[in-house]
Design a protein around this ligand. Structure first.
Ligand code: ZN
Length: 209
């Protein structure tokens, strides 16, 4: 898929997620890897209303060090760009990362400590897990849940350390407690499928509390 089509696809998802109440106001951030250069990605610009996002409201960032490569008219990268940068740099086959703030993900409380940084939380072995490409009957899975530091690069560093120490999670997502999920996929379509499945899973977990 060429870059323009990818940015149009992401823009459509932004409007869809806004209508689903996953990206109220300027919340959340969506990105796609630049397939031509591979070591760059395009992410929604900071402060843009996600229900009114345009396909020009993106900035280009390096996957190698998170530096700004290109931005139109003084646009700034999303505040959470460092998290996307870590995910692209740790997983070379990932083509898209999507981060939203859903109500159900914010209802879940796991008590992750500030010093602890990350906790592995068991997932219910329900049918929707198959959407992640995991076909085991009653799989014994966990998801990494991170502390919501105000300083976002601290969260990004903790995610990087987790990946380096534990490897890539079996499930294609992570959760920041009291904040929201971030998913990834090889393509925008796959990342979108993962996000819908994560939303369903977290909704089930929130209703079981
Ligand atoms: Zn966020």
């Amino acid at each position: 898929m060429d870059l323009i089509t990818s940015l149009q696809e992401i823009t459509k998802l932004s409007h869809l997620y806004y209508s689903r109440q996953w990206m109220f106001a300027t919340a959340g951030n969506l990105s796609t890897r630049d397939n031509q250069t591979h070591n760059q990605f395009w992410i929604t610009a900071s402060g843009k209303h996600k229900g009114e996002l345009k396909d020009s409201d993106f900035v280009c960032v390096s996957t190698l060090d998170g530096s700004l490569v290109q931005a139109n008219d003084g646009l700034k990268p999303s505040a959470e760009t460092s998290i996307h940068q870590v995910l692209y740099s740790q997983m070379p086959d990932v083509g898209s990362c999507l981060h939203v703030h859903t109500i159900d993900s914010n209802l879940l409380e796991f008590g992750v400590g500030k010093e602890e940084g990350c906790k592995e939380i068991p997932l219910p072995p329900i049918e929707i897990i198959k959407a992640f490409g995991i076909w085991d009957e009653k799989p014994n899975l966990t998801m990494p849940v991170f502390y919501n530091h105000t300083h976002v690069p601290t969260i990004a560093n903790e995610i990087k350390r987790y990946f380096q120490n534990h490897g890539i999670p079996k499930v294609p997502f992570l959760l920041i407690e009291g904040h929201g999920p971030t998913v990834w996929g090889k393509t925008i379509a796959e990342a979108n499928k993962h996000l819908e499945a994560v939303h369903f899973l977290l909704q089930v977990m929130a209703r079981r509390i």
